[in-house]
Design a binder for this molecule. Structure first.
Ligand code: V1P
Ligand code: CA
Ligand code: ZN
Length: 397
């Protein structure tokens, strides 16, 4: 505790505004900003802030949001409240539209709650600030655990995501960087980011996710979905999808991750990388179905970091708050180079320590081997690796 040294030779910045903690999607909604409170508590109690430049991020402006999103959607987000939404759109009140509506995606997944616009502009401001720090070379690794909301579309909310902070951050990076690699280890498909950069060869999008077209949200991202098919479209082959079955464990995930990401980096030569670290790919997640441990999830972060390419790290999903906090605290320690020296026993004195009681006060509880068996065979994994290699061969020259 309090013994975390600054990394030698590179700069890490942490972008955060605690006002995101004050917003709530609703009592029964699985997205809990509380996970960010717990993450902050661990990062500060371990003294990891001493190894980073900390920035209290500002809210993104409407003009900044409109660099990707439609003006009418940004206007809608900026005025909608739980009080006026039914006056503006009586269809929502009658329930005739069902679970998710055509009214800018508002519904059970993406409710209108108090302070929605402040929440969206704050998590987005942090991702934009983080990207600008990388562009200015004032930072080598920039972190925003409150961002990573990969499903938001140009003109509508989707899957708990209203503003796509990742797309907006990548647009900032593209001002200074010729090629950006986007990697997404959230258990869900990164469809919003994929869609935004579908037709360009300046952004390569790679998502690992559970895929079951009819059953698992959002139902997109099969292996064959690799970009536009027309040979003249520059985006052809610049999208990589890694569809998985339930129960994947640390060992297979690590093997697959290395064998997809290494060739992608060697062929694409990104000048910046954005890593979305959705923690719903951990075992025991309320919505997820994988068997990853905190160390297995973190191994992806270590591997990406090892290339020494300017790196933006964002959060994403994660629905068992205490494990989300454990994962993101551990990953912060990896990014500042303190993972080997951090005590796995949680600090004796820290706010909300009791939230970690259930698994014992450790950073690394056993999250693998729960109710799901690994339904990804060795042959499934090898098939994916072969497909990706053949796909990447198609973008050379
Ligand atoms: O399955 C659906 C929709 C509803 N159907 C008509 C399809 N929605 C999912 C959304 C998951 C979003 C994940 C976001 C992220 O990738 C990035 C932040 O992690 C859903 C689920 C589920 N089990 O998949 N919504 C809900 N559960 C939900 C449950 C209770 C209250 C509100 C929403
Ligand atoms: Ca994913
Ligand atoms: Zn997710």
């Amino acid at each position: 505790q309090n013994g975390v040294a600054r990394p030698k030779g590179y700069t890490v910045s942490w972008h955060y505004n605690p006002s995101v903690e004050n917003h709530h999607f609703g009592q029964t909604h699985p997205m809990k900003p509380w996970r960010l409170t717990l993450t902050k508590s661990l990062v500060l109690s371990y003294g990891m802030h001493q190894a980073m430049d900390s920035y209290v991020s500002r809210a993104a402006t409407k003009e900044e949001l409109a660099e990707f999103h439609k003006d009418e959607y940004v206007d809608f987000l900026s005025v909608a409240t739980p009080q006026n939404i039914y006056e503006m759109y009586p269809e929502l009140a009658t329930g005739t539209l069902g679970y998710s509506s055509h009214i800018f995606g508002v519904g059970d997944d993406c409710p209108i709650f108090d302070g929605l616009f402040e929440f969206c502009s704050t998590y987005t401001g942090a991702s934009i600030d983080a990207a600008r720090k990388l562009c200015a070379k004032q930072s080598d690794i920039a972190i925003n655990w409150s961002g990573g909301l990969h499903h938001a579309k140009k003109g509508e909310a989707s899957g708990f995501c209203y503003v796509n902070d990742i797309v907006l951050a990548i647009l900032q990076l593209l001002r200074y960087h010729s090629r950006v690699l986007y990697i997404d280890i959230d258990v869900h498909h990164g469809d919003g980011v994929e869609q935004a950069f579908w037709s360009t060869d300046r952004v390569m999008c790679v998502s690992f996710h559970k895929y079951d077209k009819e059953v698992f949200f959002p139902g997109t991202g099969p292996l064959e979905s690799t970009g536009p098919i027309h040979p003249d479209n520059p985006g052809k082959n610049y999208t990589i999808n890694v569809p998985l079955n339930d129960g994947i464990d640390d060992e297979s995930y690590d093997y697959l991750f290395r064998n997809v990401i290494d060739p992608a980096i060697k062929i694409f030569h990104p000048t910046a990388i954005v890593l979305q670290c959705g923690a719903d790919s951990l075992g025991h997640d309320r919505l997820g179905c994988f068997n990853l441990n905190i160390r297995g999830h973190g191994a992806c972060v270590s591997f990406v970091k090892s290339y020494g390419i300017p790196l933006l790290v964002v959060g994403g999903g994660g629905y068992t708050p205490r494990n989300v906090a454990r994962a993101w605290a551990h990953e912060t320690s990896i990014l500042i180079g303190a993972d080997r020296t951090l005590d796995p026993a949680l600090p004796e004195h820290m706010p909300h320590r009791d939230a970690f009681r259930k698994e014992g006060f450790t950073l690394f509880p056993n999250l693998g081997g729960w109710r799901r068996e690994n339904l990804n065979s060795r042959a499934d994994i090898e098939k994916i690796i072969r497909h990706v290699r053949e796909q990447l061969a198609g973008i050379r020259g």
